[in-house]
Design a protein around this ligand. Sequence first.
Ligand SMILES: NC(=O)c1ccc[n+]([C@@H]2O[C@H](COP(=O)([O-])OP(=O)(O)OC[C@H]3O[C@@H](n4cnc5c(N)ncnc54)[C@H](O)[C@@H]3O)[C@@H](O)[C@H]2O)c1
Length: 336
Amino acid sequence: MGRTHARIIAREEQAELVGCADPVSDAAAHEFGVPHFSDHHALLAMTGLDAVIISNPNSFHVETALDCLAAGVPALLEKPVAINFAEARLLAAAAAASATPILVGHHRRHHPAVSAARSLIASGGLGRIVAVNGLWLTRKPDSYFEQRWHRSAGAGVMLINLVHDLDLLRHLCGEIVSIQASTSNALRGHEVEETASVIFEFENGALGSFLISDAAVSPWGWDQNTEDDPTYPFNPSVSCYSIAGTRGSLAFPQMAHFSHPGRADGIAADWTHPLSLSFDATGTGDSYTNQLRHFVAVVRGEAVPLVSVSDAAATLALIEAAQTAAVTGVAQRIPL
Ligand SMILES: NC(=O)c1ccc[n+]([C@@H]2O[C@H](COP(=O)([O-])OP(=O)(O)OC[C@H]3O[C@@H](n4cnc5c(N)ncnc54)[C@H](O)[C@@H]3O)[C@@H](O)[C@H]2O)c1
């Protein structure tokens, strides 16, 4: 992920890569032609540094971010914000007490279709949200799991990937107040799950379900259904979220908006009436580039982070609750 950020920085006028800290390898520093530091403390002490992007393994996120706060260097911190809620809360408290900003890398929130869907829902365009369904099913390469941390506690498809989807569903449809989950590692037998099925309830009473797996070949999922990252072949023909309300529904990210044209006699339309389909307009750009531009504005003091540490911690609380539910079989309530 650090290389993806470096490639995006390379094509942006407003940002410049000045160094790379990695205790394991200097390959990325060589690839991008910048000085290598064998630990992030040395990088934080260099002159000419305005900000950092933290893309190390999940278990190092909090200590690295705390060091950035101590050094007064703004950070874009990759998701998940931490590997458990207790750590996330600790960082949220430190961030709230500091003048140095941290933006958490839930990049999808910067996607133009997300802003369009959020506005449509917030303006009541779908009526009251009733039900939400989502899919993220894809097959990661076997080589991905050669990294030990990718198959150990602190990773897994819920913490690495579902965290994006639950963050987005919170952003679009409101807070989630309870969650139940089943997980499976039947294929790879790793310590962490490869597949999860999750059901949840939103604060307004709407219900949701999500199926996720990094071991299944399919066209359904954010990465296949947006052109966000050219690494993943684009499949525009199917959607990854269905969001249904009392006045209409949305196939996302296509922004395919289904609604009843309405009845002249004022009686609410129902399933016996034809549906019309329209495609709502969105802005442009990919979410990684938009996120970097937002981060530059945050560093310059022109914007506040779209995703704060406490916001990301609330999403992490959901993942932790889903992990507990999967182990105990008991649905978990989320304190708001
Ligand atoms: N936003 C996204 O879409 C997205 C996508 C992929 C990964 N990520 C996040 O980016 C982060 C990195 O994930 P990745 O898949 O690129 O991991 P990776 O293992 O491929 O890369 C991690 C890098 O961190 C280095 N590193 C730094 N400090 C280290 C330490 N103390 N011990 C070991 N390695 C250290 C490693 O050498 C390696 O270069 C994770 O937090 C992950 O969740 C985000």
